[in-house]
Design a protein around this ligand. Structure first.
Ligand code: ASP
Length: 318
């Protein structure tokens, strides 16, 4: 039996600990623990890494604490345009959706595209319809909206008018969810899902649905899911850059992931990622104040964190 590994994230950002009550941090940590458990159950039952990352991301999309699915950010028109992708390191297969508004779980819509095998990326209403026709649950767009995201949009617009938009906290602007997994058969997979950022222009596409930018998986090398300013991830082909550093230059996972984040830091680009290598080693670098994250050791011990402090969950249930 090969080594299994799993890591998840719920977005990076400035996230000062005092920016929300402790009860909300605890709820977000509980959602991370639930997502970790959902992914681990798939892996420990002998399931595929691809199914594990989908299962973990679905839990995070369903939680209002993260900017994906229910609780996703609103664009400048006050609407949701959700992006997601999923990639199977076995055969480098990928599926992604851009700007969906009705698929309850955008990662499931991305999976439908991957499984359909006719396209890598589908966009807009056609992506919703494609997923719906393949059994994905469709909802009214109001399902995704929470009071917090309405408030975030109002405050971002107010800052924009006052010319202080740049001072908005990352938590108001960003937050994305993702998972990476290694299964017993040695296959790697990655998935990422996001609402983008609050007050983004209508039609804006981030890195999360772009294989090689916000998401990448390649058996024998690595699986990566990113969070942060998507435009920089796209321009740097960031997730693929991790794999390239490992494959062509022989970098270890730690060096490759630290290197791609370091490249973005001098320009003030907030960024983080989670990654696994083929041996199940985990790296989770970020250059912001915090990153919602969780991981499991090969024995199935779970951990979650938002800032420096790590919370041990004990052995994850099978
Ligand atoms: N990377 C996401 C995007 O640009 C946002 C984030 O992770 O905060 O759409």
């Amino acid at each position: 039996m090969g080594t299994m590994a799993l890591a998840i994230h719920g977005g990076c950002g400035v996230m000062s600990p005092g920016s929300q009550p402790e009860a909300e941090w605890a709820e977000a940590r509980a959602a991370l623990a639930e997502a970790l458990g959902a992914g681990w159950r798939v892996l420990s039952a002998g399931g595929r890494a691809l199914d594990a990352v989908e299962a973990a991301v679905v839990v995070l999309e369903d939680s209002p604490h993260f900017n994906a699915g229910h609780g996703a950010a609103l664009n400048a028109d006050g609407e949701h345009e959700l992006d997601a992708s999923i990639m199977d390191g076995a055969g480098r297969l990928a599926g992604a959706v851009i700007g969906v508004r009705r698929a309850r779980n955008p990662v499931r819509a991305a999976r439908a595209v991957l499984d359909g095998g006719e396209a890598v990326i589908l966009a807009g209403p056609a992506a919703d319809a494609y997923a719906g026709a393949r059994g994905a649950a469709l909802v009214d767009p109001s399902y995704f909206t929470t009071e917090r995201r309405r408030d975030n949009l109002l405050s971002m617009k107010a800052r924009g008018q006052a010319g202080t938009g740049a001072a908005a906290s990352e938590a108001e602007k960003h937050g994305t969810v993702g998972a990476v997994a290694l299964d017993r058969d040695g296959h790697l997979a990655a998935a990422t899902s996001t609402g983008g950022y609050t007050n983004k222009p209508a039609g804006r596409v981030g890195d999360s649905p772009i294989p090689g930018a916000g998401t990448y998986a390649e058996d024998g090398v690595c699986a990566v899911s990113g969070t942060g300013q998507g435009e920089a991830f796209i321009r740097h082909a960031l997730a693929h850059d991790v794999a390239a550093r490992m494959r062509y230059r022989g970098d270890a996972l730690d060096a490759a992931t630290a290197g791609v984040i370091a490249d973005l830091t001098p320009r003030g680009t907030g960024a983080g990622l989670i990654a696994l290598d083929a041996a199940g080693r985990v790296a989770m670098p970020f250059n912001t104040g915090g990153m919602f994250r969780g991981w499991a050791t090969p024995d199935g011990d779970g951990f979650v964190a938002t800032h420096g402090q790590v919370f041990a969950l004990g052995r994850l249930g099978a």
